[in-house]
Ligand binder design. Structure first.
Ligand code: NOJ
Length: 555
């Protein structure tokens, strides 16, 4: 257990915002978003009530996987700007009380990274053991049965040095070998380089995957079809999910904790089992936050969602902070996935995300209810999911081209949605005439206004602390819970439901009209897909509601 005061844990009750830099705002007219655009958008994010931004990969990359194939861990992608721009962004964010998190990709590099170029030079090269090399298996083919993210063998033959190398993603993304001490040393330097510049933390890509089985044993079969349990009929029991990976996070946590303002490690923990998810928090000595994909993939229904929430909170170690998000650049946008574009459901989903205790993560555009965009095959940019499937069918849990959720931010209703002055943005733009920031910003009844109100309520009630969660009895189709001093009633059905009046005052309602009184005294009727937040009868509003943003922070 480390000795940090829990008040330093600014992510408790906070809102993080995942910003896909390439699609956020283009200030140099090349059709790609850039760091200048991120800086220009900070006032909007501050107005919205965001505490920290997580930038999708910003490091130099050949973009075979749009930045998840890093060729220099200490730089900035020239499409986005320079290191000076990054420093400016960190400073500008801090001026507004906001933290900047970067995306760190420690499972693999680009094949263009100098380490791999050197490693591929000869079997005896200095960086050879930075990667996973092996000779052919007994049948003369790949060393074992592991498959990559497209469903093809995870091994590519390297003719010049006559060995296979491992890639759990594309062949241009060779996996690093975490059994090699030099890899640990290299990443220690990378962490410190960015922390020293004022980066507040990292989202860690493929956080469950770093170590591979030392004996390279075959993966067992996976039969449940759960995208989190495996892919292409295999459980990644040996190609990922190895216990030694936890030691890496213990080391990194010591580094994170050595800074006066504790740095945040947020893992992309792609696991099906909530107990396994909990293991990434360790004894408050590993990751401080771990993405909850069982929640992401739960049906937007009761009892599915409440069951995952209860299961998560039961399994997480005491004091661990859960993470609630529902959209990202891989799985798609929740307004489509969960809500089929139905605004009533989008509003209800935002209400739930904002009122669960822990950290809430919004994906850019969630706040205006942006939906997935049908990107025609000829315009698709993502090689790993092009055509919506892989060489072995749609088995990786992404369900279609990932480009659908990476299209430009819809700032206004103009032809290029206020995103770019280039003739053509890098991906097509969704229907920005009906869904955009400009129209919603001044409309008190918009999704954006609801989201902002939710974030402001959340900051006042939860900011800087982990509140308790308690499920309450609810009629069929309903979900009711107490979160800190708030009571939430949600109707997850297409018909009205009658609930017990939670007490006054109702602080927020997803639809304009407040719930009607029921027939019996003390009852209220929630309209289909309506949700409300009330102050629990007898509960007092927090007095010390100053948010971490108002308190500011020092590095
Ligand atoms: C997870 C990232 O979110 C995804 O976009 C990427 O393709 C893979 N990891 C490989 O880095």
């Amino acid at each position: 257990m480390n000795s940090k005061d829990s008040h330093d844990r600014w992510w408790h009750g906070a809102v993080l915002y995942q910003l896909y830099v390439r699609s956020w705002l283009d200030t140099d007219g090349d059709g790609y978003g850039d760091l200048g655009g991120v800086i220009a958008g900070l006032d909007y994010l501050s107005w919205l009530g965001v505490d920290g931004i997580w930038l999708s990969p910003t490091m130099p990359s050949p973009d075979e996987d749009w930045g998840y194939d890093v060729s220099d861990y200490l730089g900035v992608h020239p499409d986005f700007g320079t290191l000076d721009d990054m420093d400016r962004l960190i400073a500008e964010a801090r001026r507004r009380g906001m933290r900047v998190l970067l995306d760190l990709v420690p499972n693999h590099t680009s094949s263009a990274h100098p380490w791999f170029v050197d490693a591929a030079g000869s079997r005896g090269s200095a960086h050879r053991d930075f990667y996973v090399w092996a000779g052919p298996g007994p049948d003369g083919g790949p060393p074992n049965n592991w498959l990559d993210a497209t469903g093809s063998p995870a091994w590519s033959w390297h003719e010049p040095t006559k060995q296979y190398y491992l890639h759990n993603f594309l062949p241009s993304q060779p996996d690093l070998n975490w059994w090699e001490p030099g890899v640990h040393e290299a990443f220690t330097k990378i962490l410190r380089f960015w922390f020293d510049r004022g980066v507040a933390g990292f989202r860690i890509d493929v956080a469950h995957g770093l170590y591979k089985d030392a004996k390279l044993r075959d993966n067992p079969a996976e039969t449940t079809g759960n995208p989190l349990a495996g892919r292409f009929g295999q459980q990644p029991a040996y190609s990922a999910n190895r216990p030694e990976t936890h030691d890496v996070y213990r080391d990194w946590r010591r580094i994170a904790d050595s800074y006066p303002a504790e740095r945040l490690l947020l893992g992309e923990t792609w696991v099906a089992d909530l107990a396994r998810l909990a293991s990434f928090y360790g004894n408050d000595d590993q990751l401080q936050l771990a993405f909850n994909f069982p929640f992401v993939f739960a049906d937007f229904a009761v009892p599915d969602l409440p069951d995952v929430v209860a299961g998560t909170l039961t399994r997480l170690p005491a004091g661990a902070c859960p993470v609630w998000m529902a959209s990202n650049h891989d799985v798609g946008r929740f307004p489509t996935r969960w809500c089929d574009g139905d605004e009533r459901k989008i509003r209800l989903a935002l209400l739930v995300l904002a009122t669960l205790p822990g950290t809430m993560v919004l994906y850019y555009g969630d706040e205006i209810g942006m939906t997935d965009v049908d990107v025609p095959l000829g315009l698709q940019q993502d090689k790993m999911s092009r055509g919506g499937c892989s060489s072995r069918g749609d088995g990786n849990g992404w369900q279609g081209s990932r480009d659908r959720a990476r299209t430009p931010m819809q700032w206004d209703g103009s032809a290029a949605a206020g995103f770019t002055r280039a003739a053509a943005p890098w991906l097509p733009i969704g229907d920005s005439t009906t869904v955009n920031v400009a129209d919603q910003r001044d409309d008190p009844s918009s999704v954006l206004s609801l989201c902002r109100d939710l974030l402001s309520l959340r900051r006042a009630e939860f900011g800087g602390q982990l509140v308790s969660y308690q499920p309450l009895p609810a009629p069929p189709g309903g979900w009711a819970y107490r979160s800190g001093s708030l009571t939430v009633l949600a109707n997850f059905s297409g018909r009205p439901i009658t609930c017990q009046d939670p007490g006054k005052p109702v602080l927020l309602c997803t639809t304009g009209a407040a719930p009607a009184a029921g027939n019996a005294a003390g009852d209220i009727v929630l309209a289909p897909w309506q949700g409300i937040v009330a102050r629990t009868a007898g509960a007092r509003q927090r007095q010390d509601a100053a948010s971490t943003r108002e308190r500011g922070w020092n590095t």
